[in-house]
Ligand binder design. Structure first.
Ligand SMILES: [Zn+2]
Length: 339
């Protein structure tokens, strides 16, 4: 007999927990709202249903409804000239009782006309300054690079691990702060409100997924170093991604499905450690995201970018993707102003 009774039992337990085959048939009572390919109408209805349920679980429904009654009260508290852009510090009111600090980068000299904008999001241990920090090399200064290319860039700190306000959730508060960054971008005369994207690495890739999924104002999403399955995240990873009711309904591919038909690039590196955001799991997950793009007639709007690196941003493909989906088709590529 190949297995003792005990080892057979533990293998069965592992299989039930989904450990042996991440992304395979979910355990009973999990992922009950998994996306199943169908028509465009069915896809839209599924998205509305899932988005509504997730907003409830994130404790965001009341905030979204009362958004108009929470003024941004934006206040610029700092300003410095950098090479090719101006970097400002801005305070915004996020909820009635809480404010956030943002870094806001504007191309300099500022090109004429309304500009595309990107919410740039850091990972664990980062801050709102991470996308502009040359010392944090896995990020490739992606915030600075986008500002130099003619995008307005905003970033805020979503690295907290405590819930700030009673009745909220950690992921809900992180996501809401990012949605307020979008509110602020839409209020700026320099920004084209129809061309706002988001991009991030690691926890930032996760938050880019959430922002793209839950906020339909986001026109394009780049989610780097994150596409995987929840079974993989149950081990060897900070558990801050998890909240009550999440796994019962969806897995990560389903959340990415909420972004369709809007543009989505996921990036995963071939040198990711086996316990982390590996390319084989990302490929498998991406196969579960593609059907809804097909159902919505937008198969060309989604891609998995596999790169040679590790847990890091692949900068050129990120910029090329956002250029392709967020700059006007007639914009010259080599204009000195970066537009
Ligand atoms: Zn965490």
């Amino acid at each position: 007999m190949p297995f003792s009774h005990r080892s057979l039992q533990s293998i069965l337990a592992l299989a039930l927990a989904g450990v042996l085959a991440p992304g395979a048939a979910p355990s009973e009572g999990q992922r009950t709202m998994r996306y199943k390919a169908g028509s465009a109408n069915a896809a839209h209805a599924w998205q509305q249903d899932v988005r509504g349920q997730l907003a409830e679980l994130l404790h965001l429904t009341d905030l979204a409804k009362s958004r108009a009654t929470i003024p941004l009260e934006a206040e610029t508290t700092g300003r410095e000239d950098r090479d090719g852009f101006i970097l400002e510090t801005v305070r915004l009111r996020s909820t009635k009782g809480r404010s956030i600090t943002c870094a806001l980068a504007k191309p300099s000299p500022t090109p004429s006309g309304a500009l595309p904008a990107v919410v740039c999001i850091h990972g664990h241990q980062g801050t709102q300054m991470t996308p502009f920090n040359p010392k944090e090399d896995i990020y490739k200064e992606f915030g600075a690079a986008l500002a130099k290319r003619g995008f307005v860039v905003i970033s805020t700190n979503v690295g907290q691990h405590e819930v700030y306000e009673t009745g909220r959730t950690l992921m809900g508060e992180r996501l809401w702060d990012l949605m307020r960054c979008v509110d602020y971008l839409q209020s700026l005369t320099e920004v084209d409100p129809k061309r706002i994207g988001c991009a991030g690495l690691s926890l930032g890739g996760e938050m880019a997924m959430w922002l793209g999924a839950m906020d339909e104002r986001i026109a394009a999403t780049v989610s780097a170093g994150f596409l995987t399955y929840m079974d993989q995240m149950e081990q060897n990873h900070c558990i801050c991604w998890k909240f009550d009711g999440l796994r019962e309904r969806v897995d990560y591919p389903d959340i990415y499905c909420l972004i369709a038909p809007r543009a989505l690039q996921c990036q995963n590196g071939l040198k990711e450690p086996e316990t982390q955001f590996t390319v084989p799991l990302a490929r498998k997950a991406m196969e579960e995201v593609k059907p809804i793009y097909r159902d919505l007639g937008a198969a060309g709007n989604v891609e998995l970018l596999v790169h040679e690196g590790a847990h890091e941003i692949a900068l050129e493909p990120l910029i090329a993707f956002l250029d392709r989906h967020m700059k006007r088709p007639t914009a010259p590529q080599k204009d000195p102003a970066g537009r």
